[in-house]
Write a protein of this length. Structure first.
Length: 129
């Protein structure tokens, strides 16, 4: 086998191709070996490509996305408030897919927690007289 052919041969196949005295049966075995080696190397490349990726999409933890109507059950504010808060950047985090707006449940709960005022601590807007 020439140097150029060895360069492109999969690992473990170059030795088989050097046997110039192989008969028809030997050549078919060599070709079968090449096919197996190519299949093995392509599987290994595919496996390397998938390392670190989940085996299926259900194993990914996706946040529960709520429509505005569903979000109103957690934060009972008007649709106009949600639109204004998105525009001003003052509302809860949201996900926009195409033209649709979704709110992750956790983002709504975090927003409510950040805006919770405890009695006696005041809201920081009034000054003592």
């Amino acid at each position: 086998m020439g140097v150029e052919a060895q360069r492109f041969a999969p690992p473990g196949v170059a030795g088989f191709l050097d046997k110039s005295s192989a008969g028809v049966r030997g050549k078919s075995r060599v070709l079968a070996s090449i096919a197996r080696a190519l299949a093995r190397s392509s599987r290994e490349r595919a496996d390397r490509h998938l390392i670190g990726r989940p085996q299926n999409l259900r194993s990914c933890e996706m946040p529960e996305l709520l429509t505005i109507a569903q979000a109103q059950s957690i934060l009972p504010l008007s649709r106009a408030w949600y639109a204004k808060a998105r525009c001003h950047g003052t509302g809860p985090e949201y996900v926009k897919i195409g033209s649709r707006i979704f709110y992750p449940r956790e983002a709504l709960l975090r927003f409510a927690e950040r805006h919770t005022v405890k009695p006696g601590e005041g809201d920081g807007q009034r000054e003592a007289a």
